[in-house]
Design a protein around this ligand. Structure first.
Ligand SMILES: Nc1ncnc2c1ncn2[C@@H]1O[C@H](COP(=O)(O)OP(=O)(O)OP(=O)(O)O)[C@@H](O)[C@H]1O
Ligand SMILES: N[C@@H](CCO)C(=O)O
Length: 318
């Protein structure tokens, strides 16, 4: 259960009152997630209707980074993209403070994650990803992807001492390749904008087979659209048992994405390298969580070897 900071019903009720949302009926600690404290809150609105919210206390992120993520969610929601919409107080503030920590209250999206997606699920995700990219084009705030190349370069030396010679060679050569790519004009020609950057299958919900929304924007940042697409392809379209890409799911996701936002010639050319970049990003972050846990009690690390296999598969297919 991801509750690192206990919130009492009275404390949650006071925040709901402050936001004018109504009376707290029930507060439940929320299972899943490794980064933040999450509670589900059932609320009776002043008009008597019952609404479900998610109360998040941010354990990793500070007050300075959060407006980028929360305002992006607000921007996308205002354009009809099914993402959680942070609730404002009377002065329009959507970043709150609870127990000294930054906090947000968002609507709870309906549905469940589909952890074994079929091509039809991937196609819906591809469509939504393209819609999000286009809808975020006029988002005015800037913040880099804080898990981008600069972070990879900074983090690699910390994890390298823990790796076997073969793993270290792979990490060094892939990092060198990405640093070289970042110098090239064709890389700088790629379209970019605010992107989710962590759109895994556990960050999307479906009701039956219908995609009802995506959430967890707390790794979002300005980066290439192709990187974001590659992150999604490396999760939704990979066979978890073998680490190998699944051709029919990849085709479905890419085709649906391109129906709304066709890839340029440079994007087609660079997709194999960005798939390697996206695999490297999550191999590195998982290695970092695995070997250098920030707080052992707080973090249940994901298995890094999965992304080592995905990276090897992407290198082999390149
Ligand atoms: N707006 C929402 N609507 C519905 N469910 C949500 C929403 N936000 C979070 N959840 C639920 O809470 C769980 C944890 O949320 P989330 O993944 O954001 O936590 P986290 O600690 O930031 O996770 P992660 O490990 O993915 O970084 C999700 O798996 C999901 O079930
Ligand atoms: N999606 C990340 C976790 C951070 O949200 C991973 O699977 O490594």
């Amino acid at each position: 259960m991801a509750v690192y900071t206990e919130v009492t019903p009275a404390q949650a009720a006071a925040l709901l009152q402050q936001l004018g949302l109504g009376e707290l009926l029930e507060l439940r600690g929320c299972p899943g997630g490794i980064e933040n404290t999450n509670y589900f809150a059932s609320v009776q609105a002043p008009d008597g209707a019952r609404h479900e919210y998610v109360l998040t206390l941010f354990e990793r992120l500070g007050f300075e980074q959060l407006p980028f993520y929360l305002c992006l969610m607000q921007h996308l929601a205002a354009k009809g993209i099914p993402v959680p919409n942070p609730a404002p107080d009377a002065s329009g503030q959507i970043l709150h403070r609870l127990l000294g920590k930054p906090a947000a209250l968002v609507n709870k999206l309906p549905g469940q994650s589909v952890l074994a997606p079929h091509p039809a699920h991937c196609a819906q995700l591809g469509t939504l990803l393209a819609r999000m990219h286009l809808a975020a084009l006029d988002y005015p705030r800037q913040q880099p992807n804080l898990r981008g190349l600069a972070w990879w370069n900074q983090t690699a030396p910390e994890v390298l001492p823990h790796l076997s010679p073969a793993q270290a060679a792979l990490l060094r050569s892939e990092l060198a390749l990405q640093n070289e790519l970042a110098q090239q004009p064709r890389y700088h020609s790629l379209p970019r904008g605010p992107v989710h950057a962590d759109l895994f299958r556990d960050n999307a919900l479906f009701e039956g087979d219908r995609l009802t929304g995506v959430f967890d924007f707390y790794f979002a940042g300005c980066d290439t659209w192709l990187f974001d697409l590659s992150v999604a392809l490396n999760d939704w379209c990979i066979d978890l048992a073998s680490g190998q890409p699944d051709a029919s799911r990849s085709h479905a996701l890419l085709t649906a994405y391109q129906n709304l936002r066709p890839l340029s010639a440079a994007e087609h050319e660079l997709l194999p390298l960005l798939l390697r970049a996206a695999a490297l990003r999550f191999w590195l972050s998982r290695l970092w969580d695995w070997y250098l846990p920030r707080d052992a009690a707080m973090l249940v690390p994901h298995d890094p070897t999965h992304f080592e296999r995905v990276l090897c598969a992407r290198v082999a297919h390149a």
